[in-house]
Design a binder for this molecule. Structure first.
Ligand code: FAD
Length: 416
């Protein structure tokens, strides 16, 4: 299904009867050059770039459920590149640059909206830390502005400035950050990959790997054996369960993360705001719902839902930052499974099994990474060399001690 302005007008005038499904529904072929396990944002983006940029069209994406049913369709849609460390910042800035051209690239409306993200500052120490982070961002070519209290008050007068338990002292602003419609991102990549010849196979769970003499030969699935020259795994919260089937134990734990949406309200918050004295972030969707979230669950789980203590914590943080939120009613909430690494940063690398590649450990920040993750994983799969912005995202960094620990929290995933 291809789009054009002419097509939209034609369909509008003829009752929208000519639209066809965005991708085919093929049966698995006996073998492919490259098999991607996981039809989330990262798996679909990888397949898209493999076929369109790296000229590898004999690719299949195997998805156990439906395309976009995992975290790509569950996140709070924030896109930004406000990282600190050299192992991360250039990667996320590369990703933001891809986001800026993405809708033109795959000709699909992903509602990319660069509405800005403001990280609130509540103490002098935090201002120092954010100034350092802002400088690191500027060094990687990103944008960053340090705002004083008056500028923050001018921007968002309804925040809790007076008699606040955690007074606001300023903020770090990235204007090019923002939000994108998460499931449209999956659909755009899926459509673009399908048009380039990739087989997107749904309801096809990978149940095992066929490994001979240390080399992967293919995957066992609920729809039969599929041979593969190379296998790339991009299954987010299921990373440990899937890689276990290849005999690999990873420095990753899975934990739930919840999100919340309020009833539709008149436009009030035109950017993304994060609380600096607790974990809370909020934006407003184009439909008017306040979209917000906070910490992950404090226990390990593969359940796509959360528990009440985190609900309470998120609401408390929301009330501390933005008391007016207490007047809004929550419409719905949901959860996803986070693949939390021991340093809070991702892995894009080969594995000890020849031909088996890993893309995972996105913690709760992988949506913003989607285009760069796909691009750089495709680069690795196609060329067998890491892309320059992922050279630090090695699997063996946990053995070597070369961690990318943004928060300096140590091996405590729920603190990252
Ligand atoms: C509530 C919430 C809020 C979030 N907010 C943000 C945010 O604001 N900004 C941000 O940057 N990130 C955010 N994230 C994180 C982000 O959504 C994830 O890091 C990212 O989507 C993970 O990559 P993915 O899209 O490929 O994952 P997924 O969409 O989960 O894709 C993985 C796929 O693998 C499939 N799979 C699993 N096992 C198998 C198997 N054995 N065989 C075949 N397929 C399999 C799954 O069904 C799934 O579809 C949030 C996540 C959640 C849950």
């Amino acid at each position: 299904m291809r789009f054009s302005g002419f097509r939209v007008v034609k369909e509008a005038l003829t009752g929208h009867k000519g639209w066809k499904p965005l991708w085919r529904d093929p049966d698995p072929q006996p073998a492919y050059d490259i098999v991607i396990v996981g039809g989330g944002g990262h798996g679909l983006a990888t397949a898209y770039y493999l076929a369109n940029t790296f000229d590898k069209p004999r690719v299949a994406v195997l998805e156990k459920g439906w395309l976009g049913g995992g975290n790509i369709g569950r996140n709070t849609t924030i896109v930004r590149s406000n990282y600190l460390l050299p192992g991360n910042q250039p990667f996320y800035e590369f990703s933001l640059k891809l986001w800026e051209g993405l809708e033109q690239e795959f000709n699909f409306n992903a509602m990319m909206s660069q509405r800005g993200i403001l990280n609130l500052i509540h103490s002098d120490a935090q201002r120092d830390a954010y100034r350092r982070r802002g400088n690191a961002m500027l060094l990687s070519g990103a944008d960053a502005e340090l705002l004083d209290l008056a500028a923050v008050r001018d921007m968002y007068p309804f925040l809790n400035f007076d008699n606040a338990r955690f007074p606001i002292r300023g903020g770090l602003l990235q204007r090019r950050a923002g939000t994108a419609r998460h499931d449209a991102v999956a659909w755009g990549f899926a459509r673009g990959a399908d048009l380039a010849g990739v087989d997107l196979i749904q309801n096809c769970e990978v149940t095992g790997f066929r490994i001979e003499n240390g080399t992967v030969k293919g995957v066992e699935t609920t729809r039969g054996y599929v041979g593969a020259g190379k296998v790339g795994v991009a299954v987010a919260g299921s990373t440990t369960r899937v890689m276990e089937k290849a005999g690999l134990r990873l420095p990753i734990e899975s934990q739930g993360l919840q999100a919340f949406v309020s009833e539709g309200l008149k436009p009030a918050i035109d950017g993304v705001i994060t609380f600096g004295a607790g974990h809370f972030y909020i934006s407003q969707s184009d439909k008017g719902g306040l979209v917000f979230g906070g910490d992950i669950e404090s226990y390990n789980s593969y359940a796509q839902r959360g528990n009440l203590p985190v609900v309470e914590d998120v609401m408390e943080c929301g009330m501390a930052m933005l008391p007016g939120i207490g007047r809004a009613r929550v419409l719905r909430s949901w959860g996803g499974i986070m693949d939390m690494t021991m340093d809070g940063s991702p892995i894009i690398d080969r594995t000890p099994v020849q031909g088996l590649y890993l893309n995972g450990g996105w913690c709760y920040g992988g949506f913003k990474a989607t285009p760069a993750s796909g691009y750089t994983f495709a680069h690795l799969l196609a060329t067998d060399t890491p892309h320059p912005v992922t050279t630090a995202m090695r699997l063996d960094r946990f053995e070597r001690g070369h961690l990318i620990d943004e928060k300096g929290a140590g091996a405590q995933p729920n603190l990252h």
